[in-house]
Design a protein around this ligand. Structure first.
Ligand code: ADP
Ligand code: MG
Length: 328
């Protein structure tokens, strides 16, 4: 089981950013509307606090346990495990390679409870704690017991950049949730929930930089017939050149990276402006969930559209029209 734990941990916990991604997804799953993330000295300490539903006292040790250990019998099984994903295993994986404290207070409960682990050596015991409704997870000394993995960590600055990117993506996907990100005590992002269009733009500007939203074209297009909707902001190329990595595409609220989508976007720019390199965009595509499979791989950002051609042409035509409209 030790081998299994660490193999699986290696897959799901690649670096500090992957820890934060799993923790953030758990908070969102728990219905949190406020999430605070702290990172200190690279992997020394990461802390996340949410105001979600919380975890029952008796469920706390369970949350850290691995449900599917038996699935990993030998190294040869690794590939099969990869294709299954690691559902129900994120906290177990993280706790197996760090010193983890999980504190939670369930909605309506009189007080909070806490479990602590150091690697996988001990059975966590539950003790009372002080905490408002919601959950905090503190992860210290990531990879303290896996030196090989620790060696692959980059500088604190680089690891934090990755972590920040994860927070940005999830913050862009859920504008109804408040996010705060601090690095060594300094507030890096403070994002309030957005309801109105103005609030939404302010929030995008806060994540992507004010220059982006100043120059970006906003769009909101529905294709009634085929049940597709595309909305968001696209940058003009003058701006885009300096922001090569400002490319966010969400399908039904999930960030994706997809060849078909990338092609449609690039083509739309190229067709009007004769070059489509590095366009900046924050785009949201909504469609019938039955027409898209977002679970191709749990840790990658792939999708499979049932009607690829239709989706491609819709994105292309929509963006083409918007870009052509502003061409001088
Ligand atoms: P999964 O999310 O796939 O169920 P995890 O290992 O990420 O597996 O989490 C295990 C369980 O712990 C979750 O199913 C959930 O019940 C509980 N949990 C984890 N984080 C939170 C949180 N922030 N708020 C409420 N419950 C949580
Ligand atoms: Mg999870």
């Amino acid at each position: 089981p030790r081998l299994a734990n660490q193999i699986a941990a290696g897959e799901v916990v690649e670096r500090p950013a992957s820890v934060i991604k799993e923790l953030l997804e758990n908070s969102l799953d728990a219905g949190a509307t406020q999430i605070e993330i702290d990172a200190e000295q690279g992997v020394k300490l990461m802390r996340l606090r949410d105001n979600g539903d919380g975890i029952e006292q008796e469920d706390l040790p369970l949350a850290l346990s691995r449900h599917a250990t038996s699935k990993i019998l030998a190294l040869e099984d690794l590939e099969a495990v990869c294709s299954l994903g690691f559902r129900g295993e994120a906290l177990a994986s993280i706790s197996s390679v760090s010193r983890l404290t999980l504190t939670s207070r369930r909605t309506g409960a009189d007080n909070a409870w806490q479990v602590q682990t150091e690697g996988r050596d001990m059975e966590p015991s539950v003790s009372p704690a002080a905490h408002p409704q919601g959950t905090s997870v503190e992860v210290r000394d990531l990879f303290f017991n896996t030196p090989a993995r620790r060696k692959f960590l980059r500088t604190e600055t680089t690891e934090f950049k990755h972590l920040e990117e994860v927070v940005k993506r999830l913050a862009l996907s859920r504008s109804d949730v408040a996010f705060q990100l601090r690095h060594n005590g300094r507030v890096i992002h403070q994002l309030r929930p957005a309801q109105t269009e103005a609030e939404h733009e302010r929030r995008i500007a806060s994540v992507c930089g004010p220059a982006f939203i100043d120059q970006a074209l906003s769009l909101d297009v529905s294709a009634e017939a085929s049940g597709l909707r595309l909305w968001g902001w696209i940058g003009l190329p003058t701006f885009s050149r300096s922001q090569a990595d400002l490319q966010y595409f969400f399908v039904n609220g999930r960030i994706i990276r997809d060849k078909l989508v990338a092609h449609a976007v690039r083509q739309a720019y190229q067709d009007v402006l004769f070059h489509g390199r590095h366009p900046a965009f924050v785009l949201y595509l909504e469609l019938d969930p039955k027409l898209v499979d977002v679970n191709v791989h749990p840790t990658k950002h792939e999708v499979r559209f049932r009607e690829g051609r239709l989706v491609h042409d819709f994105i292309f035509r929509t963006l083409h029209r918007v870009i052509a409209d502003v061409r001088p």
